[in-house]
Design a protein around this ligand. Structure first.
Ligand code: HEM
Length: 179
């Protein structure tokens, strides 16, 4: 998992529990990396889950809610750092449709070691899409947060239903735009 994901999670956490709080959380964990992350490095997803767990204990926020909030944070970060992917899309469903076959394809070219999920999208109408998420990592709630924030990015409102989510590594998101 890219170091950027870790540095962003810690930046988000710092806003809530402060720099000292983040240091305490990292010190409380037995992390292979020692808790020092470089944005360009690569670290096991297991460490991300350890940090999410400790932040959840510290803040009382459920792990899934924290992941979801973090997804929102990351979407904003992505849209600022990579505006070109968003610029030619007119609707959030079109954006979601482009993640697997355009956005993450480019990410893989930039970072061949990126660990990315797979998505299959199915249009059920012009404003209704099903997006199936599959990953080796249990980041379904993070994905949920990215999808929610994608709607907000395009100033759209949507009803997002999670249809099948068993392990956190796979889910079907049913997304219907609302007027
Ligand atoms: C709403 C749109 C998006 C969705 C739903 C999405 C979904 C995801 C998810 C769920 C992950 C976590 C990895 C996993 O679950 O296996 C991920 C990782 C990642 N995504 Fe996306 N993504 C979106 C947009 C973007 C954009 C716009 C970029 C920027 C170019 C991007 C770049 C990345 C990168 C760099 C990672 C980390 C890979 C790693 O840690 O090795 N994504 N994405």
């Amino acid at each position: 998992m890219k170091g950027m994901v870790f540095t962003e999670l810690l930046d988000m956490a710092e806003r809530v529990i402060g720099e000292d709080g983040v240091d305490e959380v990292l010190d409380s964990l037995d992390l292979d990396s020692g808790g020092a992350y470089s944005a360009v490095g690569n670290y096991p997803c297991r460490e991300l889950m350890q940090i999410v767990g400790a932040l959840s204990d510290r803040t009382g926020l459920a792990g899934d809610d924290l992941q979801r909030q973090f997804g929102g944070w990351m979407l904003q970060r992505f849209s600022r750092s990579y505006p070109q992917f968003f610029a030619d899309k007119t609707c959030p469903l079109q954006m979601l449709d482009a993640i697997d076959n355009e956005v993450h394809v480019e990410v893989r070219k930039l970072y061949p070691d990126a660990e990315l999920p797979r998505f299959v999208t199915e249009w059920l109408g012009p404003e209704h899409m099903r997006m199936t998420y599959r990953s080796e990592r249990p980041l379904m709630a993070f994905c949920h947060g990215l999808i929610e924030a994608c709607m907000a990015h395009f100033d759209a409102r949507a009803r997002i239903e999670v249809l099948a989510a068993e392990t956190g590594k796979a889910a079907v998101f049913d997304i219907r735009l609302e007027r």
